[in-house]
Design a protein. Structure first.
Length: 506
């Protein structure tokens, strides 16, 4: 448990119920967290809810409850959803928590004392859904380009964050750390935005009370994004435990959607620099999951709750589909039909069949006791390749590539069974050859369970148990545990129901 590794998801607005667009980055962060844990890292994995701002205040008013009552309710729904999806976050932050208010206030005071916050008047066009100001030029037909809803003209006397002072430092930072915004298309977008010239932005509001009061002028509350972004620092001890903060900060990965890259890759590093803290090591921006070509929206009918999919596909099925089935970075289209097809092909057939064939044969032909894998089994090169490719792709958050490599190994093991025909060897009474083939296959299954455990943890845990192995795949440590020949050998095997029952589309 040596190397610290810190990964975050965005914190979700509580005006909206959890849908699959929120599950997408959360599952991505979870797979990364699980994978780093296998490598022995000391992982901090943060998610949570964003509970201040006009948007939440209005949602609560519409429901006739206080903003906090509203936030309590929705925040709990996020927690439930993450439990259902087997998300292994180590912390869940709510921006209404006292620890967050205290940390944000210290941070704001620091930035103010450093001279990067000033008083001024602002008039602009505000999109409540984005909680952001736009210029006329950024609007499409006079509407917010993202939400396609009218913007509001707002005039406020408030405090400004001097973003313009950070243009050069941000450009220098990104020149020295090209990996700090990924993928490259997003990095170019961010650089283009900075080069156009940065405008100071108002970081406080007097029009609402639902927020964190500025310590030097409590008639103002912090602009919701100013407070929200800071959640990442609060959770690792800013202003409370400097040693802990220094251990995990700067964060390794902020996983965010492409709609909030500007906040994370322009505003946020500048805010940190203004307080004398280091910017994030990497902001990784993914595309949207689209349903019928459209982004899911609160008002749209196309909003899908993760729980509905879990009912049909299990949490493993959802996790696999979101990440292994499409590239993480570009937009991906979500369709029920495509999800069923890949579930049946990859999980029920390739993975599930390999497990049940091998276990059934070993129970029948070898009296349920696992034979040894052979020293130089023919599957060894396929395993080494899968292991290396899996790691190489996960380093770059290329989940589809990483798990594609594991499924190639599964394919190789299935072909190996077809080619070596253990049922014929058994009929011919060649017990040694049967044990050799099945020993190799059982060992391949163990390594598949290990490598696939970050993405389909439930099935891998169950497979591990049926192989008669102690503990669970997530207790193992890489790279040692991926070495060929560590077992199962001599363990008691168990057949069982299909790990992934086929889904009949009729
Ligand atoms: N509260 C802010 C984030 C603050 S982080 C300091 C916010 N919340 S959100 O709930 O509106 O969105 C959270 C994340 O969900 C964003 O990264 C957004 O891109 C992502 N998604 C919401 N719908 C999505 C899809 N349909 N597909 C993929 N992700 C999308 O923004």
């Amino acid at each position: 448990m040596d190397t610290p590794f810190y990964v975050t998801t965005p914190i979700y607005y509580v005006n909206d119920a959890p849908h699959i667009g929120h599950a997408y980055p959360t599952v991505a962060a979870d797979v990364l967290a699980r994978w780093r844990r296998l490598w022995g890292d000391d992982v901090q994995f943060l998610t949570g809810t964003d509970e201040h701002g006009l948007k939440v205040q209005r949602a609560a008013e519409e429901q006739g409850v206080t903003p906090l009552e509203w936030a309590d309710r929705t925040s709990e729904r996020y927690r439930e959803t993450w439990r259902l999806l087997e998300i292994t976050n180590t912390d869940f932050i709510r921006t209404t928590e006292p620890r967050h208010h205290a940390a944000v206030q210290q941070f704001m005071q620091r930035v103010y004392d450093n001279g990067y916050i000033e008083r001024g008047t602002y008039e602009g066009l505000y999109c409540v859904s984005c909680e952001a100001y736009y210029t006329e030029g950024e609007l499409v037909d006079g509407m917010c380009a993202i939400h396609k809803t009218p913007v509001e003209r707002v005039t406020e006397e408030n405090y400004f964050f001097k973003l313009s002072a950070f243009e050069d430092r941000l450009l220098e930072h990104y020149a020295a750390h090209p990996e700090a915004v990924q993928p490259e298309s997003r990095r170019n977008e961010v650089l283009g935005f900075i080069k156009q010239g940065l405008r100071d932005f108002s970081m406080s509001r007097t029009s609402i009370t639902w927020g964190v009061p500025l310590p030097w002028d409590p008639d103002h509350v912090a602009y919701v994004w100013f407070d929200a972004l800071f959640n990442y620092c609060t959770a690792v001890g800013y202003g409370d435990d400097r040693a802990r903060f220094d251990r995990y900060w700067p964060v390794d990965y902020h996983i965010v959607g492409k709609d909030i890259v500007r906040f994370h890759a322009v505003y946020w590093p500048a805010m940190l620099m203004a307080a004398g803290e280091a910017p994030p090591k990497c902001v990784f921006a993914h595309g949207f999951l689209l349903v019928g070509g459209e982004k899911m929206s609160k008002t749209g009918l196309n909003q899908i709750a993760p729980a509905d999919l879990v009912e049909t596909f299990g949490s493993d099925g959802l996790r696999y589909h979101f990440l292994a089935d499409q590239r993480f970075g570009p937009d991906g289209d979500f369709s029920f039909e495509a999800m069923v097809a890949r579930y049946n092909a990859d999980l029920a057939n390739n993975f599930g069949n390999l497990a049940s064939r091998v276990l059934n044969m070993a129970v029948t032909y070898c009296d349920g006791v696992a034979p040894h894998a052979r020293a130089e089994g023919p599957l060894v090169p396929a395993i080494e390749r899968a292991f290396e490719e899996n790691a190489r792709h996960l380093e770059r958050l290329d989940y589809a590539g990483a798990y594609g490599a594991v499924w190639e190994l599964i394919g190789a093991a299935n072909s190996f069974i077809e080619d070596s025909e253990p049922w014929k060897l058994h009929k011919a009474g060649d017990a040694g050859a049967v044990a050799g083939v099945l020993g190799d296959c059982l060992e391949a299954l163990r390594i598949v369970a290990l490598l696939a455990s970050p993405i389909i943890p439930d099935a891998c845990r169950e497979l591990w148990r049926r192989l008669g192995l102690d503990g669970a795949p997530e207790d193992q440590s890489l790279p040692a545990a991926a070495a060929w020949g560590l077992g199962p050998s001599g363990t008691n095997l168990e057949k069982g129901d299909p790990l992934f029952p086929r889904i009949d589309t009729d």
